[in-house]
Write a protein that binds this ligand. Structure first.
Ligand code: G4P
Length: 293
């Protein structure tokens, strides 16, 4: 897949790194939010190094859009890596009420020491990190039980440190800056594009739709039969399937040719809108990346 130049902002990444390094000293734990549909591709590649030494809670968000069986496998994987795990749908709020107890369990030892020193009410601080669009703002708002304007994800727009109070002596800090995903990894970039986490303007939508068709034909052929009334054959390419689906939908242009551009747009919109079902686009590796914690 040819992807046009992805705009990567090394300068902004440096700024974010510095801001995280500065703030990390002030927090007791790190809550890393991932998109359950692409748990590895939605990780920032530097996050382990940036937050090293801090207790970690992994939040698998967007579970309502992910394959539930595979979410369980991902949760088991991250637990095996030594991290606490929570499964949430921040949009509806499912799983979010487990957050405070999970933080307390994660920091049980520290809280016990505070209690021994007569500091039982001491505020616990958690930094919430994640790449754009994983649902950080939605999650923080849910946990804090509030509504607020979404923080800007655009580079160049400063997001000042904001401590968000939560009931029960807990404060959250939204990522100070913008954490980029693994842009250099083309397969990861494509998965981010599938779910709409990378702007469509920077890639060819039809090529993207062909790749998605090929993926669905391989992993979830039944959804193509159900939605587009097509049965993928082994020799058919993603493009062939796009043509087949477009023909079924009656998207024809003069001369009887299929309007593949229109079908591509429909496929991407319907996939992202959940019309084809719930999907997880990658599976956990055998061993923990970066070793056991
Ligand atoms: P960010 O701060 O990490 O950048 O993400 P943000 O909370 O802005 O969430 C990005 C989009 O994902 C929002 O949709 C939000 O509603 C949606 N979202 C967040 N968590 C979940 C989830 O668990 N499940 C589902 N289905 N969606 C989730 P949007 O279209 O940008 O805005 P809107 O629909 O809320 O208006």
């Amino acid at each position: 897949m040819k992807m046009q130049e992805l705009h990567y902002f090394p300068g902004h990444m440096k700024k974010t790194q510095r801001a995280i390094e500065e703030s990390i000293k002030k927090v007791d734990a790190v809550c890393e939010i991932l998109d359950a549909r692409i748990p590895l591709s939605s990780r920032n590649p530097d996050i382990d190094a940036l937050t090293a030494g801090k207790p970690r809670l992994i939040v698998l968000n967007h579970t309502d859009q992910a394959d539930s069986g595979k979410t369980k496998r991902w949760a088991a994987y991250f637990r095996r890596c030594g991290w606490a795990v929570l499964e949430t749908d921040a949009k509806s709020g499912a799983g979010v009420k487990e957050f405070v107890p999970a933080v307390r369990a994660l920091l049980a030892e520290k809280l016990r020491r505070y209690a021994e020193k007569g500091q039982a009410g001491r505020t616990v601080r958690v930094m919430v990190v994640g790449i754009p669009n994983v649902g950080k703002s939605t999650f923080i708002n849910r946990v804090a039980g509030r509504t607020r304007a979404k923080a800007e994800n655009r580079p160049g727009v400063t997001r000042s440190n904001q401590w968000v109070p939560v009931d029960g002596g807990l404060e959250l800090l939204d990522t100070p800056g913008i954490l980029w995903p693994k842009f250099e990894d083309q397969a990861a970039a494509m998965r981010l594009a599938f779910i709409g986490a990378i702007r469509d303007e920077i890639m060819d939508l039809e090529e993207l739709a062909c790749c998605l068709m090929a993926f669905l034909a391989e992993e979830y052929p039944a959804c193509l039969t159900e939605r587009y009334k097509i049965v993928p054959e082994p020799e058919e390419s993603g493009y062939d399937l796009l043509v087949k689906a477009g023909r079924r939908r009656g998207f024809l242009i003069s001369g009887g040719e299929v309007n593949t551009e229109r079908m591509a747009k429909i496929l991407m919109d319907e996939f992202r809108g959940g019309k084809l079902g719930c999907f997880t686009l990658e599976l956990p590796p055998e061993a923990c990346e970066g070793g056991e914690q």
